[in-house]
Design a protein. Structure first.
Length: 89
């Protein structure tokens, strides 16, 4: 597989190799991909929960269980304020 990097990313890879921490550009790219995979795994539960919430919202809308936009904003602000209060305790 061949990849193309921007000039800025090429410089970054070169600097990483020159630092001595990595012996080749391939090692730098591999380390970056491993970090990306770790980040994806860390974020997946949150994305799964969000997908579930979106699907539930779609179902509610299909049932006609909609809330006026202004009321929705009020509810979101209330929940955010309550969350902030709980975080301080």
């Amino acid at each position: 597989m061949n990849i193309s990097l921007t000039g800025e990313l090429e410089k970054l890879v070169r600097r990483k190799v020159e630092s001595g921490r990595y012996s080749s550009a391939n090692e730098v790219i591999l380390a970056g991909l491993q970090l990306l995979e770790q980040e994806d795994k860390r974020m997946e539960p949150g994305f799964a929960a969000l997908r579930t919430q979106v699907q539930e919202g779609i179902k509610q809308a299909e049932r006609g269980e909609l809330v006026d936009g202004e009321e929705a904003v009020v509810r979101v602000k209330r929940r955010a304020a309550a969350k902030r209060r709980r975080a301080r305790v």
